[in-house]
Design a protein around this ligand. Structure first.
Ligand code: DX5
Ligand code: ZN
Length: 229
């Protein structure tokens, strides 16, 4: 399967997290927000790395035909290397693995070898030092603004120091790396995140648990842009 374009590095990207959508109507969910969003964020949980189970490659494969957006797969799983190829075949465009699972250099190399965009994620309490050595080898750095496992948690403002540090390093070293935040992003927190330097915003409940997910996505985009000014 051909890999879709992620768009220009550093541009604002709104990535709705389908974890908050109706799992009985995922196709409709991605289509409803399509006009005001850029990527589709797919949260994969194995009940081991995080205490929750969500969806896997089979669901992704079914959903693929309903969207032409970049599928940004966030693998909250203990053994990502084992499943990368399955996600690629199912239609993933990028796969993000957690630095906390270890074996990072090898998993990054495997992801790259499959032709996928390469992401690396860090939990709120994981220091920037843990991801810094890999910045030259990745396309996306995901700094979690909640502890992964569940949607609908509160944004952790204290992660913004790490976001600013990452933005400084990415710009100073001219790295082609997108900086993503995930967890508790809404109209209020989006500008806080973009002000700190994030350019990819994942939002689940603030989009799908609203009367109009499309309007909610637009409101987040506008608030995020205001934070960049
Ligand atoms: C958390 C997931 C997030 C989550 C975000 O483990 O990685 O993508 O769905 O949901 P909200 O936006 O509701 O915090
Ligand atoms: Zn996520």
């Amino acid at each position: 399967m051909e890999i879709l374009d992620a768009g220009p590095v550093g541009a604002l990207r709104i990535a709705p997290s389908i974890l908050a959508a109706d799992f009985g109507a995922l196709a409709k969910a991605v289509q409803v927000v399509d006009a005001q969003t850029d990527w589709v964020h797919v949260d994969v949980m194995d009940g081991h790395f995080v205490p929750n189970i969500s969806i896997g490659p089979l669901v992704l494969q079914s959903l693929r035909q309903y969207s032409q957006r970049f599928f940004d797969c966030h693998l909250m799983i203990s053994d990502p290397a084992r499943y990368l190829e399955a996600f690629k075949k199912a239609g993933a465009d990028g796969c993000t693995v957690h630095v906390e699972v270890g074996n990072t250099a090898s998993v990054i190399a495997d992801t790259r070898a499959l032709g996928l965009r390469v992401g690396l994620a860090a939990n709120p309490d994981t220091p920037f030092d843990a991801v810094e050595p890999f910045l030259g080898d990745i396309d996306l750095l995901l700094l979690m603004t909640v502890f992964p496992g569940f949607g609908g948690q509160s944004f952790m403002t204290e992660v913004m120091d790490k976001v600013s540090l990452a933005r400084k390093e990415i710009d100073a070293s001219h790295l082609g790396v997108n900086l993503e935040v995930d967890g508790g992003i809404d109209e209020v927190t989006a500008p806080i995140a973009t002000r700190a330097g994030a350019n990819v915003l994942v939002a689940g409940s603030a989009i799908f648990n609203q009367p109009s997910p499309l309007d909610a996505a637009l409101a987040i985009r506008e608030a995020a842009l205001a934070g960049q000014r």
